[in-house]
Design a protein around this ligand. Sequence first.
Ligand code: ADP
Length: 421
Amino acid sequence: VKRTNYLPIAILVGSAALLAAGAFLTMFGIVATTATNAFLLGGLLSGLGAFYGQALVRQKDRAYRDEHERAQVLEADLRQQKEAVDNLADGLEIAIFICDRKGLIGYANRRAREIFKFENPVGRTILAVTLSYDLESLVLEAFRTGEKQTGEVPFAYPEERTALAEGWLDSGGQRLFLSLYEITDLRRLERIRQDFVANVSHELRTPLASIRAMAETLLDEAAESDELGRRYLDKIVSEVDRLSLIANDLLILSAAESNPVRKQACNIAEVIQAVIHQLEPKASQKGLKLTYRGPRDLIIEANSSQMSQVAMNLVDNAINYTFEGHIEVTLKVERDHVDLTVQDTGIGIASEHLPRVFERFYRVDKGRSRATGGTGLGLSIVKHIVEAHGGEVRLESTLNQGTTFTASIPKGDLSVNVSEV
Ligand code: ADP
């Protein structure tokens, strides 16, 4: 913005020259008229005025430029700070809204946009975005009382969720900060645990009640008919056996849950072949082919009796839920783990049940499971043991075609592949 104006300098120099000429004429006795002197003085003054005015303009220009630069620096600072706060809020796994008295949203972080599947909720109301009257009333209550409000809020849209909501006002009292902390999984786990306890008592009470009823009848009728007595006694024995199986599985499960795994050198190939040997008669009784493919000996670092429980449950299930075809058990050595795969050609599991079959006492078909002598605990034992060993269980199934369970177990440091079958 540099502007150089020579006019005031020219006027000033010109006037100074004229004044000097006037002074010169006066000095040498040549009398100058009053008009000439006034003219000379006027010229000098206007030159000085122009010069001073120009200096003032330049000074103002400089001050304006400085101000402008300062404002730009401040603006950049503010932008950086806002970006930092946005990044911080977007990185949180808690949903955050800022809204006004009418519930109009002024800000929503990434999680808030994700949960409610709204790309830009700004300018809409909390109710329109979350479809939750509970949340709206929490917001209104916080504004009404001026106090922090907390509550557990269920959401139905876009999927069922539960969140812990907190709303509090800023210092001016005109804006509300709303945080939503999801506790859906926590509530689900709690439900599973409660179901578990309820199921345990139910599962134990039903057979116990029938034992009691039959024993009472036996006492009354035994004298009249030996035949009835024998039938009831048989039933008593089988119900008691069932109870023992459940109690046994519960013990295995709670032992696996409470203790850290005690690993030793475990010949997992031998363990699996022993299980197959044990279950072979059951399979052939149903006309099923049961085969093993894998090394004859393979040492890994694991708990042998728990590995036996894993194989026993998977192979036993495969036999129970297969009515024709074959069951293939495979042990494959990978780089740092072994894969135990049990594949059957059985009834399969419908996709809606897949996420739940590892839950305790969860059965697709209670009647069928009971008929096979199942306790409903087998798969949760498998999952628990394998995960406690640092591995994972995978499940693939097609209804009416078959099921494949794969347990991947880390080999550990002791791994020795001794010989192939
Ligand atoms: P259960 O004692 O009832 O077999 P599990 O925990 O072992 O209990 O299995 C849970 C449920 O998963 C079973 O009731 C059954 O419905 C289903 N399931 C398990 N393994 C198989 C399989 N190989 N084929 C089909 N369904 C299976």
